[in-house]
Write a protein that binds this ligand. Structure first.
Ligand code: EPZ
Length: 419
């Protein structure tokens, strides 16, 4: 199994280009099930989850051309698609459940593997299912599969999400695009990735309008248009590189980003004493005197993102004083802490709050990644730790970061992938 070997102490400086967002690409790919016209999606990140989603769409019958060099995917649904999404594809990529809404809306039937939990939590999909039932679907769970039917098709209606859920918002937006009549969605997630999905759906001919901060009006359509779309940048990858540069006293230009959709993250980093020069399509991160401690509480957008919590925790070990992180989104997203403690980090956990003591030296160690963002945290810790760090199970990392070791190497890191 592959692992990463990192020798700490090198500055992360120079220029890095951020890839397209995995969490925007996945719902957009799932939504192409709706249309029989050709769609071209650009700025695709070369990450494992996208490959899995492409495999899933191919298995159900989409014809897909994936040009890795140009990071572009052409999709054309010439024939009727299969309505079965198998477990072996969804077991590693929970976002596969996003094909449920479009398949059910288009064909009136769908059998999709119930996505299992993962390291960060139970990850239920009850909000997705209750909303589809409200639109007229009959749903039962059997042998680990969601078996859904809507003989008369889905019917538009008013749906207020009981809690903010990115995936449920995306699944129901896509389903409502083919439902009969109007759907009003209230208490939607409006992460940049959700907004990007809505922009794509409008381009292929869907009738969708944001009518409030968290409210959408959608009218079902029957006809679609050929379209092309460039996926928004990956704000979590950008945040990960901000931490890499600050941790190592580097000066890093981070390109292909729009800082306006990263205000919560950038404000937190500035509160920690980082200097962040903001330009139209890039930022430059440099590091001032001492890093200050900070208290972070993760929230749905526009709050501080849970996907950046593990990464900023490493920076907090270098801060002057005690910092805290309150993880409000997932129930078990501190799996990286035991591994950080093995490097010498002093972190206490009380319920969903972690207390991180600063001015601590991290020592290189052999570490095991447990989930995508935890693996990024361990790589960051290796960059600043003494001597050598080995991170095992980096297949987690490859799910959501495009060749991160190559990007870090180009910015001065001593890092290599051991096959
Ligand atoms: C998306 O997951 C992202 N994944 C996650 O990124 C991200 O952490 C999360 O949104 C929050 O921003 C993709 O976009 C592919 P949720 P999702 O539904 O949609 C609970 C990464 O590292 N919930 O917003 O699964 C749920 O358990 C990944 O890239 C229900 O209770 O997240 C969680 O506690 C990790 N019932 C909370 O809501 C439901 O039906 C938020 O989950 C759905 C969710």
């Amino acid at each position: 199994m592959e692992k990463l070997k990192i020798t700490g102490g090198k500055k992360i400086s120079g220029t890095v280009e951020v890839s397209g967002s995995k969490n925007s690409t996945l719902p957009i790919l799932a939504s192409t099930i709706l249309t029989n016209k050709k769609t071209v999606i650009k700025n695709i990140p070369l990450v494992r989850d996208v490959k899995t989603m492409i495999d899933l769409l191919s298995v159900i019958g989409s014809s897909i051309k994936f040009n890795k060099k140009e990071k572009k995917i052409e999709i054309f649904n010439k024939k009727k698609l299969k309505t079965f999404a198998p477990y072996y594809l969804l077991k590693t990529m929970r976002a596969g459940v996003l094909v449920l809404g479009p398949l059910l809306a288009k064909y009136g039937v769908a059998k999709v593997s119930l996505p299992g939990g993962c390291a960060i939590g139970t990850r239920p999909v009850d909000i997705h299912l209750k909303a589809l039932e409200k639109m007229g679907a009959k749903i039962k769970i059997k042998n680990g599969y969601i078996i859904a039917s809507a003989k008369k098709g889905l019917i538009g209606c008013k749906i207020k999400f009981p809690k903010i859920s990115v995936g449920a918002t995306e699944n129901i937006i896509i389903a409502a695009c083919l439902a009969k009549g109007k759907t009003k969605l209230i208490n939607c997630a409006y992460e940049p990735e959700v907004k990007d999905l809505v922009e794509f759906l409008k381009k292929i001919g869907c009738k969708i309008k944001w009518v409030g901060l968290r409210s959408l009006d959608i009218e079902g359509v029957k006809k679609f248009k050929a379209a092309s779309h460039e996926v928004v940048f990956d704000r979590i990858e950008a945040g990960t590189f901000i931490v890499a540069s600050a941790l190592t006293n580097g000066k890093l230009k981070i390109k292909n980003i729009n800082h306006k959709i990263m205000s919560a993250e950038i404000n937190s980093f500035k509160e920690m004493g980082l200097k962040i020069l903001k330009k139209r399509k890039y930022i430059v991160v440099s590091h001032s005197k001492k890093i200050k401690s900070i208290n972070i509480s993760t929230k749905p957008y526009p709050g501080f993102p849970t996907d950046l919590q593990a990464q900023i925790m490493v920076l907090m070990t270098k801060a002057n004083g005690v910092s805290t992180i309150k993880e409000n989104v997932f129930e078990n997203r501190f799996m990286h802490i035991p591994e950080l403690r093995r490097m010498g980090a002093e972190i206490e956990i009380k319920g969903n709050t972690a207390k991180i003591f600063g001015n601590v030296k991290l020592n290189g160690a052999e570490l095991t990644a447990t989930d995508l963002r935890a693996s990024a945290c361990l790589v960051l810790a290796g960059l600043v730790a003494t001597k050598k760090t080995i991170v095992h199970r980096i297949y987690h990392l490859d799910r959501g970061y495009e060749e991160i070791e190559k990007k870090l190497f180009k910015c001065g890191a001593k890092i290599k992938r051991l096959r």
